[in-house]
Design a binder for this molecule. Structure first.
Ligand code: AMP
Ligand code: MG
Length: 306
């Protein structure tokens, strides 16, 4: 029997294009059904975790200060993971920056085009230490007025849950706006070729990695700009409330997308030297490109060039 042609679908979710490719699946129908289920994780996570929708579960939680709120398993896991990265990074990563991001003009809902003003008061001193988890009751308590922002976690989480839906296929890729998970191999290679963009000419490829069964996530200073003239970009250092200036793009290769996505954002804030040391301590590989296009990388990163 001849294999089916490769299967490819793209949707728009989480303010980006999400593409799933399955190489020569045995059944096009099975591929279509699995991809449908894979995409549904993106909409489900977005519905629960979006800061740009005042009705999302995370925004309803952010509106209740001081008392325990029962949340869904999905939101509980996303926040638990974000808090552990906050701790590991000494607070460079902080999922309570939503108020700062909103004030800096990162508040446009891409689906409606509207600017979202939560109207929520936030305390300038709030940090991740003001978020208390109770795994027994599945509750979260916010000790100070704050807005949770899970933007550095949710894309990776959606990619990993989507990958679980595709586990019966050998060779596939999930690409959510440059955050990628690949299994097996691509159309004409024994692995997948992943092009990393030149952060100063994002339509050009800076270099190509050859990887399999890993996630590759990139954060760039060119990605999202504010709507209100804030000089920085979408990653903010919680201590200075500015965008870290020393990195133009940062790529992490890790076993899962949730880890690659969040550790990358944390390392971006830590800066080139501390960021690379942090990634090495966490046992993942990373490549940092400076604004003048000088590269720094973890010791094991070069294996992905072969
Ligand atoms: P990424 O696209 O993975 O680089 O993540 C960037 C997103 O993470 C931003 O759009 C914000 O939603 C969020 N974010 C920005 N700064 C931080 C930070 N210091 N800690 C945690 N999340 C952040
Ligand atoms: Mg990230």
């Amino acid at each position: 029997m001849l294999p089916s042609p490769s299967f490819s679908r793209t949707i728009v979710s989480m303010d980006t294009f999400v593409t799933i490719d399955i190489i020569e699946p045995d059944s096009a129908q099975a591929a279509a059904e699995s991809v449908e289920r894979a995409f549904s994780w993106f909409s489900e996570i977005e519905r629960r975790c979006s800061r740009f929708d005042l009705d999302s579960e995370v925004m309803r939680l952010s509106a209740q200060i001081g008392s325990p709120v029962v949340v869904s398993e999905l939101l509980f896991q996303a926040i638990t993971f974000a808090l552990s990265v906050a701790e590991l990074s000494g607070g460079a990563f902080d999922p309570t920056l939503g108020g700062s991001l909103e004030a800096r003009g990162f508040n446009r809902n891409y689906q409606t085009g509207e600017t979202v003003d939560s109207g929520l008061r936030t305390a300038a001193v709030a940090t991740y230490a003001d978020v208390v988890l109770d795994p027994v009751g599945s509750t979260i308590t916010l000790l100070r007025p704050l807005i949770l922002d899970l933007g550095a976690v949710v894309k990776g989480m959606a990619i990993d849950l989507a990958a679980l839906e595709l586990r019966s296929f050998e060779n596939y890729s999930i690409n959510a706006g440059g955050d990628i998970y690949v299994a097996g191999h691509g159309p004409d290679s024994d692995r997948w070729n992943i092009g990393l963009r030149n952060p100063r000419q994002p339509d050009q490829i800076f270099e190509t990695l050859r990887v399999s069964n890993v996630s590759v996530c990139t954060s760039g200073d060119y990605e999202r700009r504010s709507g209100n003239g804030f000089a920085g970009h979408h990653i903010v250092n919680p201590k200075t409330r500015r965008s870290p200036p020393a990195i133009a793009s940062l790529t992490v290769v890790a076993p899962t997308a949730m880890v690659a996505d969040a550790l990358g954002t944390a390392a971006f804030v830590l800066g080139p030297r501390r960021g690379l040391r942090f990634l090495e301590r966490q046992g993942v590989e990373g490549l940092i490109v400076s604004p003048t296009l000088v590269s720094h990388e973890t010791k094991g990163f070069s294996r992905y060039r072969q």
